[in-house]
Design a protein around this ligand. Structure first.
Ligand code: ZN
Length: 414
């Protein structure tokens, strides 16, 4: 194709010349990143697992302002378009075993109440799905809370009511070890063969109260029992797909992902590289083995400085294989293929997985990078809206509605 001057022009350029001749101009194609940023602001982004409470417990960080460390703070959340990061009320298994679970849970909830109370222009506690939308309408970031490890319930439904009253929206049944409710995916000792007798009772109690059940961290047997017993859809608040990390039971296998789809729930994909790629998993396993060897050979006490800096030195000598945005997209693609577009969401685990986040998804300002990737892979805006938060809000509302029909009206704060 030649222009009148004899130089070669692209088809688009020729079209532009022709249209200009009849008084039209050609708009340049929209910048994909600009479009992704616009969508991040337009759509509700719900992230079902952010470990800010535990971070606040262990640092003086003020997340209402820009912070040097960590993955979450208000300014970065605004850039990322994040509307509702679920604050994880995380109870380590050893705290639970030592009898400190209830005190820690209340302390972490206090911290989030204080954060919202001190900065009412930036944050708002959110205890029902409508709160998320109201916070957003008033220019604030909603802070719903989910419990990670049901230890604080201590076999007492009165305690469950206490945490519901305090604003807990979902309950993750276990963490890294079996507790009084269920077995854990990380714990080879199967105490219950799935759910404990109280765990079975708790499923019905959570259903009745309109609270979400989080199946992340529980053993496979416990998962299948929950699926069988729960009258309402469940969530996997921060789990990825085992297909990509064979043998890593903390992730969900294909049959489990399909079951979540049939159940009407949502799998919220975890961004930690160790949840995403086999390479990062193998790295973690090798590092752990090297650590145990070093401890055995050195004979050093656990609190010796060389023991505590082992991880840093190991990383200097062995660069960490960070995953990429495309790895997260691969998990989303497969989860969508298995469970359906209505059953996939985001559960980053920001502030919970250390320095293992993928290149391009290092903190809460980065959701637009993920959105750009979804657009690149052909997801429609409707699909993207569902993945970012629509699916999670739908399940949250539905489960709360089930509770309302049983006399437990949703508790809204706004
Ligand atoms: Zn977790």
């Amino acid at each position: 194709m030649r222009s009148v001057r004899g130089t070669r022009l692209s088809r688009t350029a020729v079209l532009a010349v022709l249209l200009a001749a009849v008084g039209c101009t050609v708009q340049p194609p929209p910048d994909p990143m600009a479009r992704a940023h616009a969508l991040a602001q337009r759509f509700v982004i719900v992230d079902t697992h952010v470990d800010v409470p535990y971070r606040l417990q262990n640092s003086d960080d003020d997340v209402a302002a820009a912070t040097a460390g960590g993955d979450f703070d208000y300014p970065r959340a605004v850039v990322g378009g994040l509307d509702a990061p679920f604050m994880s009320i995380y109870i380590p298994a050893d705290v639970d075993a030592a009898g400190g679970a209830q005190a820690l849970a209340d302390e972490l909830i206090d911290r989030i109440e204080r954060l919202a109370g001190t900065h009412p222009d930036k944050f708002a506690l959110a205890t029902c799905a409508a709160d998320v939308l109201r916070a957003r309408d008033t220019g604030r970031i909603a802070l719903p809370m989910g419990m990670e490890n049901g230890g604080p319930i201590a076999g007492d439904l009165g305690r469950l009511d206490h945490y519901r009253d305090r604003g807990i929206v979902y309950v993750g049944l276990t963490h890294s070890r079996a507790n009084h409710i269920a077995d854990s995916s990380y714990d080879l000792n199967e105490r219950w063969g799935g759910l404990s007798p109280f765990g079975r009772e708790l499923i019905e109690a959570l259903n009745d109260r309109g609270m979400l059940i989080d199946v992340s961290h529980i053993s496979d047997k416990a998962f299948w029992q929950v699926i069988e017993l729960s009258a309402t859809p469940v969530i996997a608040s921060h789990s990825s797909l085992r297909h990509f990390t064979p043998g890593f039971h903390r992730n969900m296998d294909d049959a489990m992902v399909e079951a979540i789809g049939r159940n009407g729930g949502v799998v919220q994909i975890n961004f930690g590289s160790g949840f995403l790629t086999r390479t990062a998993r193998e790295y973690s396993d090798a590092q752990q083995a090297a650590f145990l060897r070093f401890r055995a050979q050195s004979g050093l006490e656990p609190d010796h400085p060389e023991i505590t800096t082992f991880g840093v030195r190991y990383r200097e000598q062995n660069p960490y294989p960070f995953a990429t945005v495309d790895d997260v997209l691969d998990h989303i693609d497969r989860a969508v293929a298995l469970a359906g577009i209505d059953h996939v969401g985001l559960g980053s685990d920001y502030d919970g997985v250390g320095d293992s986040l993928p290149t391009g998804l290092k903190d809460v300002s980065a959701y637009p990078n993920l959105i750009a990737g979804l657009l690149r892979r052909g997801y429609t805006e409707t699909d993207i809206e569902k993945i970012l938060g629509g699916n999670t809000l739908r399940v949250w509302q539905g489960v709360a509605g089930y509770g309302a029909a049983r006399g437990y009206s949703p508790i809204c704060r706004l």
